[in-house]
Write a protein that binds this ligand. Structure first.
Ligand code: AMP
Ligand code: ZN
Length: 487
């Protein structure tokens, strides 16, 4: 059947035809590292992970590039509000670089715990200022920029297809009336409301920590240029797939396209745009900048395993809004637990060869056909715009309907190459139900210890640590909270 993806650019599901056969160049917008990732952000990265795992399992050589935004992202995705990094550094009494390092580490700690594959290339914005300056020079040379009030602006009226991705109307953009552009902070230097800053020299933030020399004066880049510059550097002037949350469609990705195509003159810059819908909490967007948000660690503190949250996310299609609640997360936890039990059971039974020996050849063939049917249906679900809920259902069907053989077990592990639920590891480590319950007990004790520390009851906290040590468990306190390992 082959993959087909819903492409935001065309508002259609389209067969996936990469530029180079069996290769895929993929850029996913990474985190702005001014705070912990919230669980909504992690939905975006699980989506990227499912895409990468699915393509790789199908034999594609995937070059996955992700940026780390450590400069230039304002609290509004356009040119309004505070600089997220500077504000966070000031609030915490640290330098911008310290903040960036700390939250980058915390981010990868979260993604690792969720079994999210690390991108092939992770690139920091502050390491690529020269590439950004070069790209801006090309955009300037091609006549798409103007200087005003000390800043270098992109002139959207020079780029006729501006806003096509978001189906924006150019007249609205020029006038700054209605639509998306009404909310852009007024800037008297701008010729059109939708114009955006490529390079700031007259910093609106007096305490701007990081500045670089450029042909337009000493300053720092706007947020969007980093993604154009780094994706072009690592994936070429035209590449296959670009992802991000739906919030990126009207401003960030729209501006990325304008910059990249204005610089190279090649169109389309990216062939497939995949956007994940939001995870919502009580019908509200979960926002990092609102300060009050759920992190992966906060779910762990409530006794959940990071993979429970992964399982919960797979239960919704990435293009549907997903409502978070602890009740639903509990449901996912229960399902994952019984999934692991079933797979372990299967593994134990499959290793008893005598049951297999009793089967006749025709029975054997019939059962193998049954397994192949489930794998095919699983593949169809994944190839059909990464339909993880359907894929999960096929995994459950396989476990229910197919015999307890090595072939069935191999099919389960093969499906899990996409789902990433760590099933093979769970069997290999031969965690029994008692092990899972022990893990839950440890998590509960970690939570109790955190509460004791908060209440300054250090004796109780030390007691818990010692108690666990006596049982062979070492606690480790890190930026994203407490984790544990066996001695
Ligand atoms: P940021 O660190 O704010 O740049 O966001 C990182 C990624 O998370 C981006 O792809 C966003 O589009 C995505 N994102 C932000 N909020 C949510 C949410 N509530 N649900 C799903 N994805 C989100
Ligand atoms: Zn980006």
């Amino acid at each position: 059947m082959g993959f087909s993806f819903y492409n935001t650019l065309t508002r259609q599901k389209q067969p996936f035809n990469p530029i180079n056969e069996k290769k895929a160049g993929f850029y996913g917008c990474g985190p702005t590292v001014y705070n912990y990732a919230h669980i909504g952000n992690l939905r975006a990265y699980v989506h990227h992970d499912i895409l990468v795992r699915s393509l790789r399992r199908a034999g594609y050589d995937v070059n996955h590039v992700m940026n780390i935004t450590d400069v230039g992202h304002l609290s509004d995705d356009a040119d309004g509000g505070d600089d997220k990094m500077v504000k966070s550094a000031e609030e915490r009494g640290k330098s911008v670089l310290e903040i960036a390092d700390f939250y980058t580490q915390a981010f990868f700690n979260d993604t690792e715990r969720m079994n999210i594959t690390k991108p092939t290339i992770v690139c920091k914005a502050t390491d690529h200022i020269a590439e950004m300056i070069n790209l801006m020079k090309r955009i300037e040379k091609n006549g798409f920029t103007y200087l005003a009030g000390g800043n270098l602006y992109f002139d959207i009226s020079k780029f006729p297809s501006y806003g096509d991705l978001a189906l924006l109307k150019l007249d609205d953009k020029k006038a700054g009336a209605q639509t998306e552009f009404a909310r852009i902070e007024h800037d008297e230097n701008k010729r059109n409301a939708g114009d955006f800053v490529l390079w700031f020299t007259k910093s609106k933030f007096e305490n701007q920590a990081l500045m670089w020399d450029s042909p337009w004066g000493r300053g720092y880049p706007g947020w969007h240029i980093e993604c154009s510059a780094m994706s072009i550097k690592y994936l070429g002037e035209q590449f296959d797939i670009h992802c991000g949350g739906i919030d990126h469609i009207p401003v960030h990705h729209t501006n990325e396209i304008a910059q990249s195509e204005a610089a190279t003159g090649k169109k389309p810059w990216v062939n497939y745009w995949l956007h994940n819908e939001f995870l919502v909490l009580d019908k509200e967007k979960i926002s990092k900048s609102s300060g009050n948000f759920l992190t992966l660690q906060s779910l762990v503190d409530e006794g959940f395993d990071p993979l429970d949250y992964r399982y919960f996310l797979l239960g919704g299609h990435y293009r549907s809004q997903l409502q978070f609640s602890f009740e639903s997360l509990q449901g996912a936890k229960n399902s994952r637990k019984s999934l692991i039990e079933k797979v372990k059971n299967l593994s134990e039974k499959a290793s008893h060869k005598d049951t297999e020996a009793q089967r006749t050849q025709s029975e054997e063939e019939e059962k193998e056909g049954e397994i192949a049917k489930y794998i095919e249906r699983f593949n169809n679900a994944i190839e059909d715009d990464l339909n993880t809920p359907r894929a999960l259902a096929e995994l459950w069907g396989l476990l229910k309907e197919c015999p307890a053989t090595e072939e069935t077990l191999a099919a389960v592990f093969d499906m899990d190459k996409v789902l990433g639920l760590g099933l093979e590891e769970a069997v290999k480590n031969s965690n029994t139900i008692e092990d899972i319950e022990f893990a839950e007990e440890i998590e509960a004790l970690i939570k109790k210890r955190a509460e004791a520390k908060k209440a300054k009851d250090f004796a109780a906290a030390d007691n818990i640590r010692q108690n666990l040590k006596d049982r062979g468990i070492i606690l480790e306190d890190g930026p994203a909270g407490t984790s544990y390992k066996r001695m």
